[in-house]
Ligand binder design. Structure first.
Ligand code: NI
Length: 141
């Protein structure tokens, strides 16, 4: 037991609120409304999003940590949530330009921003909660 390496998963949650709409510009208004329903409302709608970033690794024997969660918090805030908070996700966010800002597309974009800033192989997942019943997870595949 003593020499088995224990892999631990650590998670930091950050919150932001933002507006978006689900709308495919190649479709008519009616097609958008039929498919996306209220989510296509042209005046947008908002959510209180919760973002979970999970890192996996072996605790460093010197620090007892997989990664310093204060450092993880700073990376998430500076490179992701401060750019999303109180924004219109269809219009205001550089790294979402050209995408429909569904939670599926947002988690992939967040992964691409986070991965280069995390020690190689340690980023495990990005999870985004949109409502208490709807959330997505991405594992980099
Ligand atoms: Ni929505």
């Amino acid at each position: 037991m003593a020499d088995r390496q224990k892999i631990v998963y650590i998670t930091r949650r950050e919150r932001f609120n933002a507006a978006h709409k689900l709308y495919n510009p190649n479709w008519t208004e009616q097609e958008n409304e039929d498919f996306f329903g209220k989510c296509s409302n042209k005046y947008y709608h908002g959510h209180n999003f919760e973002l979970f970033v999970t890192i996996k690794g072996i605790a460093n024997p010197e620090t007892g940590m997989v990664m310093d969660l204060k450092k993880l918090k700073k990376i998430i805030k500076e490179s992701v949530t401060e750019k999303l908070d109180h924004k219109n996700l269809n219009e205001d966010v550089d790294f979402l330009k050209g995408f429909m800002p569904s939670i599926e597309n947002i988690v992939v974009a967040v992964w691409d921003i986070m991965a280069p800033q995390i020690e190689n192989g340690k980023l495990h997942s990005i999870k985004l909660i949109e409502t208490e019943n709807n959330f997505v997870e991405y594992f980099g595949e």
